[in-house]
Design a protein around this ligand. Sequence first.
Ligand code: GN1
Ligand code: MG
Length: 366
Amino acid sequence: MGTDIEKKLQEICEIFCVSGTFKSYEEIKLGNINKTYKVDYEKEDGREASYIVQSVNTYVFKNPIQVMENIDKVTKHLRNKRPDRTTLKFYHTKEGKTYYFENNGFWRLFNYIPSTTYNVCDNLNVVHNAGKEFGEFQVSLSDFEVSKLYDTIPDFHNTRKRYEAMIQHIAEDSCDKVKEVVEEIDYLLSVQDKACQLTDLLEQGELPLRVTHNDTKINNVLFAKDSQEPLVVIDLDTVMPGLVGHDFGDAVRFAGNYVEEDCPDLEKVGVNIEVFQAFAEGFLSVTAKVLSKREIETLALGCFVLTCEQAVRFLDDYIQGSPYFKINYPEHNLIRTRCQVALAKDMEQRMEEMQKIVLESAKKYC
Ligand code: GN1
Ligand code: MG
């Protein structure tokens, strides 16, 4: 007798016309939003084949069909631009859809790519290659008409709106948490205007909207198992119009930290400047020619901005009782917030150094 989830996964595989015999499954515990499973099949000829089945979180993605349409357009464009490269391929149902929507779930199925991922990485070659891969993603999509994409999560990286939401929830304090987080709130409010600079520059028309990934964690790059070569950028759910500083900044927020984003040991938190330099060089080696001078000047600032924004998002979620991000224990979002605040403070100290590295790399590759 299989478990409920095992039966459900088999049913989903059938819906997406996967043939052969179901063998096993495993939950892939990466990501804070969707549920992801690797499913193994034995095909009719005895070969083994694996697939990724995902249940999309419809509390977060209110319009998952638009998410799939964005992904479809972007993956087609990438396949045309880089035909020799691996891409995500979504399977179709008998009705020709790349998703299956039912009462209790929104499901999709795509190719499993044998690979390695990194959550924390101090291998500078790997980090450089991740920077290059996100840079190539950016450049390959630089001729894609931004207005063709839906804003599937409106104001996703609108830092001002993220602050406004948090301030409102602080005032409501519906879970009686505010008293625990006074220090974190004070710090984040003290840097609010600096943290909102990218949002302000966009509104003033100083920065162009591009097609951005919007979730550039290094574990969203798959690497070959036997080399340090990047294979593909995954997790395209948040591909939307955005700023290049968002993608660069979020990548450094995650990979540039000595520790994972939920490390409780704040002594260990900080920007690893060598990792920062390796990522910046990789990213700018392909993007420097495409980006405007103004965009390049905002990249280092973007790291601070995205770190504060993420702290605001984790804290806002904690104050509301964690309805948004998956948590492994009740204080998980609080620990994540504290880690991001510590990182933001360190970035403030290192900003000049980071800016210098960005400008020098850009000059080298222009
Ligand atoms: C979420 O689920 P995952 O790990 O791909 C979130 C990102 C955050 C990230 C923090 C749609 O991404 O914005 O930066 O957690 N995705 C969404 O780890 O909100
Ligand atoms: Mg994501």
